[in-house]
Design a protein around this ligand. Structure first.
Ligand SMILES: [Cu+2]
Length: 183
């Protein structure tokens, strides 16, 4: 577009390398519209941005109430003394599952979403969750929603990586669990 000839040059004063424009007309005249256009784009960007933000806000306000997080209690099993909560949130990336367990060891404890309920659990994991370490675990399960899991799935925590068969905590993905929970 611009017929600008650039020439590498060593500045005599400090020895730093730089680029010099060899055509005085190009540097003084033709280069100006380019910067003027850039300035206009910046001004335009500044005025457009709030409009985009406002649109985003209205979209958020229009989201259904199902987007509200669901917190379920995680109850101890087999005398583990481990209990806490699982907070499920529908996000654009998938179902976010955050486990917060008290009395958990520092060593990793495998955790999953299983089909069924804590009382009658399908032993085969439906979705793996990030192992609980020090009582904490956060996972985003792609392609899942609270609505899909509600009343049909449970979240369980296993004793250790070497003792998977022993369950230490479990919580049913159910809305009724919320009312039983002490916040
Ligand atoms: Cu499991």
């Amino acid at each position: 577009m611009y017929d600008v000839t650039l020439q590498e040059a060593v500045m005599p004063d400090d020895g730093k390398r730089g680029f010099l424009c060899t055509d005085p007309e190009v540097s003084s005249m033709r280069a100006i519209p380019k910067f003027a256009a850039l300035g206009a784009a910046l001004v335009l960007g500044a005025t457009v941005a709030p409009a985009v933000a406002a649109e985003g806000m209205s979209k958020m306000a229009a989201m259904p109430m199902a987007k509200a997080p669901l917190t379920i209690p995680i109850k101890p099993l087999n005398g583990s003394g481990e209990s806490g909560t699982a907070t499920l949130t529908d996000t654009p990336a998938g179902l976010k599952v955050v486990l917060s367990i008290k009395g958990a060891p520092a060593a990793p404890q495998p955790a999953h979403i299983h089909k069924g309920s804590c009382a009658k659990l399908d032993p085969k994991p439906a979705y793996p969750l990030t192992s609980v370490i020090g009582g904490k675990s956060t996972t985003v399960v792609k392609g899942e929603t609270i609505g899909e899991l509600l009343g049909k799935y449970a979240i369980n925590v296993h004793k250790s990586t070497t003792d998977i068969p022993t369950y230490v905590a479990c919580g049913d993905v159910a809305k009724s669990a919320m009312s039983k929970m002490k916040i």
